[in-house]
Design a protein around this ligand. Structure first.
Ligand code: GRG
Length: 295
């Protein structure tokens, strides 16, 4: 089974639950309609849904039911969409295009964009708190996801990414940035899925490592695509890393070595996938998808 087929299989279920969990456009207070619209726009536009799919698969991989992880998966996607809204803001990467459409601040203005992101992260944790499962498992998901977004995760990685613009490419720094701004959320999505699925400590750890390696392969590929692909193909800006002198894998290691490193990370991810009881081939396909994707 191809990675893209695994994604197609789950996307409708994920989108349907997200749709139910997000505020209705015409619900609540009429004056807040643009806030509700911005939250829905950010979450329901056509992204790949890779992180929530991994979360569901990892629950199944450890012997649980995929759907038991749906709240955790939706929380993960809300966190991810929040990070995209903020990443695109003028103060950060200043990107006008996302998922083939105007980015949230272009469509709704900066204030509503910032605030819709804030609302999404709150909603993510509210949804997570309602996840079905033993309280200690829900708490483990909470810990893993909050760790993944904090100073040792997305925020730390993104901050260094921004502060390193224009600096001479440095291999250690680029590894630090990538493992945090991208790897941490992939790892936490997988580990949280495994945790809520009732996995043993060893299985949860294997899937954390799997997600970490997949995330590395995914971000190196993102760097390579930014360099070689087009805005049309990506649905987001292309060539922007060079223009902003970003600290990327191709900048620090060269394109060929970066490509090899991405493939090596896929292989390591696939090795970790062999440690869990089920869904090994689906997990292996999704790891390969991280490098073979065109957008
Ligand atoms: C979460 C508290 C908190 C802060 C976030 C803004 C920020 C701090 C971090 C930015 C992280 C970021 C945007 C990293 C890039 C990761 C990446 C390659 C995103 C693209 O992911 P895809 O291709 O997107 O899976 P789709 O559109 O398919 O969902």
């Amino acid at each position: 089974v191809l990675g893209s087929e695994v994604l197609t299989l789950w996307r409708e279920i994920i989108d349907k639950r997200l749709e139910q969990l997000l505020p209705k456009e015409d619900g609540g207070m009429p004056q807040l309609k643009s806030l509700y619209q911005a939250m829905r726009y950010a979450c329901l536009n056509p992204g790949k849904r890779l992180r929530p799919t991994l979360c569901l698969l990892c629950a199944e991989a450890v012997g649980g039911e995929a759907l038991a992880a749906i709240e955790v998966a939706c929380a993960v996607e809300m966190i991810h969409c929040f990070s995209l809204i903020h990443d695109d803001l003028p103060a950060l990467d200043n990107d006008d295009l996302r998922r083939g459409l105007p980015s949230v601040h272009k469509k709704f203005g900066e204030a509503v964009a910032v605030l819709s992101g804030d609302a999404l992260i709150g909603l993510a944790f509210e949804v997570l708190s309602r996840a079905k499962g033993k309280p200690e498992r829900v708490l483990e998901c909470l810990r893993r996801l909050t760790e993944a977004i904090g100073v040792d995760g997305l925020v730390g990685g993104e901050t260094l990414d921004i502060l390193s613009e224009g600096e001479v490419p440095n291999r250690e720094v680029v590894q630090f940035i990538h493992s945090r701004k991208t790897g941490a959320l992939f790892a936490a999505s997988c580990a949280a899925g495994a945790a809520i699925g009732g996995g043993s400590a060893g299985d949860v750890q294997s899937l954390h490592q799997y997600g970490d390696e997949l995330g590395l392969a995914f971000q190196i590929t993102d760097d390579l695509l930014n360099q070689s692909s087009s805005e049309n193909q990506l649905g987001k800006s292309a060539g922007s890393d060079l223009a902003r002198e970003k600290m990327t894998y191709p900048a620090a290691f060269g394109e060929d070595v970066a490509r090899d490193m991405a493939m090596e990370a896929v292989q390591r991810a696939q090795q970790y996938a062999l440690h869990v009881p089920k869904m090994q081939s689906e997990l292996a396909s999704l790891a390969l998808f991280a490098v073979e994707r065109l957008s």
